[in-house]
Every structure is written in structure tokens, then in C-alpha cells.
Ligand binder design. Structure first.
Ligand code: AMP
Ligand code: MG
Length: 400
């Protein structure tokens, strides 16, 4: 059976980053930058004052203090009137351009101002309270690298260099098909032989959260015809996700349809718990991931295999969930044959982190995953793990 890494590699091999589109800056939050962005100007554009106070020639204050005439003032938004004479100072506001010749700004708190004069009580060091032109960004400097996800700080940076239109990667369309004769979406009555299709809603949300556009095609009955019909409606998608129908049961027809006609099945089964019966192939040339149907398996396999695929379409620099090591806050049952991705609760613990299972780990128990913020990865050592042992955790919900 192939490993998680081999399976992910095989899937990613079939995915090519999508072209870019230009978006208005204020529509680009959460999108992936498609090109490197350089600054055409220095930010800040001029040397400016870090304080409200007085721009001075420090040599006038060699005695450690002094009395200076006020030559003029520079309110916010104004430009300096020009050089100012020896023995004078210029009243200046935070952010205003420093007048030519000034080599420091005395902060207002260190002065007394009266009748056109300022008494300086403390001489600043040369350069003090002056922010240099270009200290944030220099003209020609790389501002942001292609493949980063645009968050508030990046939008502000783009605004500061006047980048009104932002090159972003196009969002992939991800078709979602639930399967199962026992599965009912909201458009179908929940008769006593049915369960509600929770996977339809977790998958739509996961796809959207990863930055793609979900194309939800409903629940296919467990017949080849119905499933093939749903696949035919996915012809505009960049990626197809199905849930269920990939195990050993008589009605598990996803794999069957994956091998019909021009469809290809690349692999079936991955060495992971939960979510072993993962299938991957192409349906009419479109990459298709057959996710197992048990709700915990569906989500876990999504994070391991479908999310990286979506992020590759988006040109993202980092395809995997962030990892950190945390100490077990209780002993944990070991895993024998496969790495066990347990639903865990990660918490701050002094200088580090500790983690514990979020509840019973049965692959149908979605309430456990709903309490979790991470996967705790239990290596297949065949023996229990003691309290305090460090384990790798993958964080899927940093907003816990
Ligand atoms: P299967 O692999 O199709 O046998 O599905 C495995 C398990 O997942 C079964 O218990 C199904 O009832 C359940 N299941 C399949 N699809 C869904 C779904 N869309 N929502 C919730 N549970 C599902
Ligand atoms: Mg089924």
C-alpha cells in the first residue's frame, strides 16, 4: 500500500497551477498572489519625523540644551518651505517631511514653546526621531512573493505602493458529489432508512475555505448510471471530489466508474488512519479524488490530499497544514500498521504546547472532529504512547 507522501505526490503530479486574473485590491483578501510584486518607489517617500516636535541642527545644541527661534512649521500634508537658519528650529508633526539641513527631531515633551521660540531641554543625538526614506521599502525591492495568501498586512503594503489591481491566481472549480442510497441531502425527506448528508456540507465548506469554488452536484445513487451522469455534469471542473463508494461493499461503484471508458484509476488505498480506501484517478481527463464516506475519513483525507491539490492550482507556496510538536497530556493508544491522524485539542502549556485526543476516534464520529483544532499524528509503533511524549500535530483550525 502506498504512503501518504506517495499518494500526495501522485495527485499533485496531475495538477497544474491555473492562470492569473487581475482583481481590485479590496477584492483580493484571501486570494493567492500570482506574480512577484516590486516597489516602484521608496516607502516612506521622504525622510520624515517620527515624533511631534522640532527639527533642529544638533550642532546648535552642543551645550546639551538651547533656545532656538521657530523658523516655520510643517503641518501634516505640507512640504518644508526650505532650509532654516542656524540657531532656529522648525516645528514639525509626526510623518511630515524633515526640512533640508535638519539632522534630528526633538520631541515636544523635551521642549517648552513660547512666543516664537522653543527651549530645548534635551539635545537629541544626530538622526534621532528621523525615519529614513525607504526604510520600509526601497524602489526596485521585492515587496511580496508570488504564491503567498493575501492577508490584511499584505493588502496594506500593496496599498502603500499604490497597487490598485492585484494579479491573483484564478480559483479552481471543484465539483463535489456525495454518493449513497442511504444518504439524503436537504431536498430529500429523511425517512427512517436514511442519514443526512453531512459530507456535502463539510466538503463544500472545506473547498471554499481552501480558496476554491465549490460546484456541488448533489447525492448520486449507488448506480453506475447515476454516478456517470453526475460526472458528466462536472465537465467544467478542475477537480472532482466524491464521498463514499470506495470501500469493499457491493455498492461501492466509484472505483468501478473510475475505470470505465476513458477514465483512469491511478491508485486505491493509502496507508493512513482514518481514510485508507482513498481512490485517485481521472474522469474524462479531470483529476478525481474518491474520498472515503465516513465523515471523519472524508475530512481527514480532504486535508491530506484534496487541500494540497487545490493549493497547487492556486500556485500557493505552501501546500501542507502547519505542523508543530506538542507533548501528550495523557497516554494514548498506539497504532499498529498505519499513522493514525487523531482528532486532537492543542493548547498552550507554559512555554510550549500540549495535546490530547478530542474524543472517541471512530471514523463516523464527526462530533469529535468538531471539538478538535488539530490532527495529532500517532506513529505506527505498535505500543501505547506515554504521557509527555512529543508528537507532531497539524493545525487545521488556528482560530481556536
Ligand atoms: P461507504 O464507503 O459509501 O460505504 O460509506 C462509508 C460510511 O460513510 C457509511 O456509513 C455511510 O453511510 C457514510 N456516508 C457516506 N456518505 C455520507 C455522507 N454524504 N454524509 C454522511 N455520511 C456518509
Ligand atoms: Mg456508500
Amino acid at each position: 500500500m502506498i504512503s501518504i507522501e506517495q499518494a500526495r505526490k501522485a495527485i499533485l503530479n496531475k495538477i497544474k497551477p491555473l492562470p492569473s486574473e487581475k482583481l481590485f485590491l479590496d477584492q483580493s483578501l484571501g486570494r493567492y498572489l500570482a506574480q512577484d510584486v516590486y516597489s516602484e518607489r521608496n516607502i516612506p517617500p521622504w525622510d520624515n519625523s517620527a515624533m511631534d516636535g522640532f527639527a533642529v541642527h544638533t550642532e546648535d545644541l552642543a551645550a546639551g540644551e538651547g533656545r532656538l527661534g521657530i523658523a516655520y512649521e510643517i503641518p501634516a500634508g505640507a512640504l518644508p518651505q526650505g532650509p532654516f537658519e542656524k540657531g532656529t528650529a522648525v516645528k514639525i508633526m509626526t510623518g511630515a517631511p524633515v526640512p533640508p539641513g535638519a539632522d534630528a527631531v526633538v520631541k515636544r515633551e523635551d521642549t517648552d514653546e513660547r512666543e516664537g521660540e522653543v527651549i530645548v531641554r534635551k539635545t537629541p543625538a544626530p538622526g534621532e526621531n528621523i525615519r529614513a526614506s525607504g526604510e520600509d521599502l526601497r524602489a526596485g525591492e521585492l515587496v511580496l512573493q508570488a504564491g503567498i495568501r493575501l492577508a490584511p498586512a499584505q493588502l496594506g503594503l500593496l496599498a502603500s505602493i499604490r497597487q490598485v489591481m492585484v494579479p491573483c491566481s484564478q480559483r479552481p472549480v471543484v465539483a463535489i458529489i456525495a454518493t449513497g442510497d442511504e444518504v439524503a441531502d436537504f431536498d430529500e425527506e429523511l425517512t427512517e432508512n436514511k442519514i443526512s448528508s453531512s459530507n456535502s456540507y463539510t466538503l463544500k465548506a472545506l473547498v471554499e475555505e481552501a480558496g476554491a469554488i465549490p460546484l456541488y452536484l448533489g447525492v448520486a445513487r449507488d448506480t453506475r448510471e447515476d454516478l456517470a451522469d453526475k460526472f458528466s455534469r462536472a465537465s467544467r471542473a478542475d477537480l472532482i471530489l466524491t464521498s463514499g463508494g470506495v470501500s469493499m461493499g457491493d455498492y461501492d461503484i466509484v472505483r468501478e466508474v473510475m475505470t470505465e471508458g476513458g477514465n483512469v484509476m491511478e491508485f486505491w488505498k493509502v496507508n493512513i488512519k482514518p481514510g485508507r480506501p482513498l481512490a485517485f484517478g481521472t474522469i474524462s481527463g479531470i483529476p478525481a479524488i474518491g474520498l472515503p464516506g465516513n465523515p471523519l475519513s472524508t475530512m481527514t483525507s480532504f486535508y491530506q490530499f484534496a487541500r494540497p491539490a487545490i493549493l497547487k492550482f492556486l500556485g500557493a507556496r505552501e501546500l501542507l497544514l502547519p505542523r508543530l510538536k506538542a507533548g501528550l497530556s495523557c497516554p494514548v493508544k498506539g497504532s499498529t500498521d498505519r499513522p493514525h491522524y487523531m482528532s486532537g485539542i492543542l493548547t498552550r502549556d507554559g512555554e510550549g504546547f500540549s495535546v490530547s485526543p478530542a474524543g472517541p476516534q471512530g471514523s463516523g464520529i464527526l462530533s469529535t472532529l468538531s471539538r478538535a483544532n488539530c490532527y495529532m499524528i500517532i506513529p505506527p509503533e505498535g505500543k501505547p504512547l506515554e504521557k509527555g511524549r512529543l508528537v507532531e500535530c497539524e493545525i487545521f483550525n488556528p482560530a481556536w
